[in-house]
Design a binder for this molecule. Sequence first.
Ligand code: NAD
Length: 263
Amino acid sequence: MDLGLRGRVAIVAAASRGLGRAIAQELAQEGAQLVICARGQEPLDAARGEIAASTGAAVHAVAADLSTREGIDRVVSSAQFAFGHVDILVTNAGGPPAGPFESHDWDAWQRAVDLTLRSAVELTRAVLPGMRSRKWGRIINVTSITVKQPVDNLILSNSIRAAVTGFARTLANEVATDGITVNNILPGYTRTERVEQLAQANAKKEGVAPAEILARFEREIPMHRLGEPKEFAALAAFLASERASYITAQSIAVDGGWIKGLV
Ligand code: NAD
């Protein structure tokens, strides 16, 4: 299937590793040109080099902290400078810290809001006028299965991703006649550093080994295995594509069947 992504310009946020990295790889393989970002220059440069070498795509890497205004501006202005416009925006960032209600004071909530909600809102604010004027755009937010079924010990993620979902669902209607789609992809337990960190946090809380927690995650998944970042990225490439032109305002899980709800 030709996804029609050749020559499209995409910003993929938080793409030095994990899900963002896999999305960047997939979009590059389909012929898109990329701006990727993360905080640390070294891992980001390594990701940039590997993606460019394996796909031949033009990839710009920008070290930026997505929880700051300055970081967001740097990413978007680099994309403008390198390619002149942005067709596809993938919002993504590191996950907020695990822990129960009493473990997070308001400063922790504020940091999580800045990282998870503000980065999605402000990246969108920066690219939307161009998408509207060109009558084409794809906004894809990486959220979590927690928006459909909250996960214990993840109160920050459970709460703040709900706000991202409300933002995206509302924006989708506002831009629908401009050829812009807005969708969320909900990762289930996927083999990245984030899932290792969650296993360690839960293991510490319960006084068991992280391997035991990982095994429990796998038992909860009908497929009895973690997802691979590539399996997640395949949906992102499709939603970014020409072929997904009538799919908007959706939250779609890639979770091996983990969410127990009917729809
Ligand atoms: P990861 O920890 O493997 O990768 C996170 C990426 O974000 C890295 O590139 C890191 O450098 C970057 N990053 C972190 N903080 C940043 C900041 N302030 N500014 C810029 N870049 C920053 O995580 P992942 O598994 O790829 O997860 C991506 C998102 O999906 C996270 O929000 C995570 O909570 C969510 N999620 C992941 C899973 C999973 O099982 N992997 C499940 C549900 C939700």
